[in-house]
Write a protein that binds this ligand. Structure first.
Ligand code: ADP
Length: 466
């Protein structure tokens, strides 16, 4: 049994499907056929019994309708009328109580044995029994023919009944085999059709393993069912994987490229100390100072790169009070840059944004600190929070140096710096805005920038409400 179970388990999905459908149809058909066959057999047998009894009644009626003086001899000479009552297969014999046959109508079968108990002579009996080798109904009944009293025996063979049953059984078997063959072929075809996309999926996976994510063959399965769902899931999973994989690759490429410069600078300064700086405190101090600055920048860059490479789950239930978050970030920045002037406007009924407080703070911090750092004047920052029915619009406007039109489309790209020399001096890594953009995409918000050189830049953040 266990072996059979294991064998079935090891079968291909196609074979399992075909086998299951075939077996189910076959078993259902067999059960229905058996029930129908038994019902039909009982009904037909009952019909045969009724026929035999009807013949007996007709013959008895015929005897009763005869004159009371009719003799056996008269009837013996005229059996044609009685023959007309019987069908060709039936035989009727009339015996006297000594068992001597006095009349015979038809002679299809030999006489059957009499009931063993004599009291049974006086009741009508019907029995299904073998006469010679033929199955038949045998009826015994007492009859009165004129002054004569005797026993009538009717033999009603069941040959036609058995022939009919055989015919029905053969038909059931032939139709059953046909239905089985038909259902197996249909289920095989169906299994083939349904499993085809799974085979395609497997091939696609093999291809991806061999040739990487670039080798994603298109699936031509369009149905909106479970397999369609599976393929869609596979596609989205592969896309996710590809994004993660590309991010990882990009992280390694970016990190190695961007970290090379500060490492080279530190290396240069350390060799300088090695050669001259040991005895010259001025060189030593300057080299150490620059190296430290580079190390701090490197540390910041590594932290930001890691933040970009990480793919954290979106917190769907997150809620943030943007006014409060902005106030905290503002205070944080005022400690570092006490000379900055902030102005803040709030319009509309307060509502909460669907974003975590940390993410909102990070976005605000990046944008606000840019407005302060990329600024030649006394930094002045205007903040406005506008609550509408559909969204919260936060506008951050600075009076800084602005961004020219040709640079504007790229400021959200990784490591993009408008003026590299200046940015390095300011301590930027070129990652702040790409982190803000990544967070914005994660929480389905939008960031728009407007800027004019020497006049200032406006960042318009749209936090859609759920
Ligand atoms: P970083 O960390 O170097 O500041 P960001 O990604 O934050 O990098 O910004 C990218 C570039 O966009 C900066 O190098 C800077 O030149 C420019 N930029 C960003 N914000 C402003 C702003 N408010 N005013 C002027 N230039 C800006």
């Amino acid at each position: 049994m266990k072996k059979l179970q294991q064998m079935i388990l090891n079968l291909s999905l196609k074979a399992k499907w075909t086998l299951t459908v075939g077996a189910t149809i076959f078993i259902s058909y067999a059960i229905i056929s058996i029930v129908l066959f038994i019902a039909l057999q009982t009904w037909l047998l009952h019909n045969e019994e009724k026929n035999a009894m009807r013949t007996v009644d007709d013959i008895t009626g015929f005897f009763e309708s005869q004159d009371s003086t009719v003799t056996i001899q008269q009837l013996q000479n005229n059996t044609a009328l009685m023959k007309a009552i019987l069908n060709q297969e039936q035989t009727v014999r009339i015996f006297n109580f000594d068992g001597v046959e006095v009349i015979r109508i038809n002679d299809v079968m030999r006489a059957a044995p009499f009931p063993q108990k004599t009291e049974d002579y006086f009741t009508t009996t019907i029995k299904q029994q073998k006469v010679e080798t033929t199955d038949a109904f045998v009826v015994h009944k007492i009859v009165q023919i004129g002054p004569f009293q005797g026993i009538m025996q009717l033999i009603h063979p069941l040959t036609a009944f058995h022939a009919m049953l055989k015919y029905i059984l053969t038909t059931i078997i032939i139709v059953g085999l046909g239905a089985l063959l038909f259902s197996v072929s249909i289920s095989y075809y169906l299994a083939n059709y349904l499993i085809k996309p799974l085979v395609q999926l497997r091939d696609a996976m093999i291809d991806v393993r061999k040739r990487g994510f670039s080798a994603q063959p298109p699936f031509n399965y369009q149905a909106d069912d479970e397999i369609g769902d599976l393929l869609t899931m596979y596609r989205s999973m592969m896309n996710e994987l590809e994004i993660s994989f590309t991010k990882q690759q990009q992280f390694v490429a970016d990190a190695s490229h961007e970290l090379r410069t500060p490492i080279q600078v530190i290396e240069g300064h350390l060799s300088l100390i090695n050669r001259w700086g040991k005895d010259d405190p001025e060189v030593l101090s300057e080299a150490l100072d620059t190296s430290l600055k580079e190390i701090v920048r490197m540390k910041k860059m590594i932290e930001e790169l890691l933040q970009l490479a990480r793919r954290e789950e979106v917190d769907g239930n997150a809620m943030a009070d943007l006014e409060l978050v902005l106030k905290n970030v503002k205070q944080e920045l005022l400690q570092l840059h006490p000379n900055v002037q902030f102005e803040c406007d709030v319009i509309g009924q307060k509502s909460l944004a669907s974003i975590t407080e940390q993410a909102a703070a990070q976005i605000f911090r990046n944008i606000l600190s840019n407005g302060i750092r990329y600024n030649d004047k006394e930094p002045k920052i205007q903040l406005s929070i506008h609550y509408t029915e559909l969204a919260i619009i936060v506008t951050i406007r600075d009076n800084g140096m602005g961004i020219s039109e040709k640079h504007l489309p790229y400021i959200f790209d990784r490591f993009y710096r408008v003026d590299e020399a200046r940015t390095n001096h300011i301590g930027g890594t070129g990652l702040g805005l790409s982190i803000s953009k990544m967070l914005a995409e994660k929480y389905q918000m939008e960031i728009e920038v407007k800027s004019s050189v020497n006049d200032g830049t406006s960042f318009i953040l749209n936090f859609p409400l759920k």
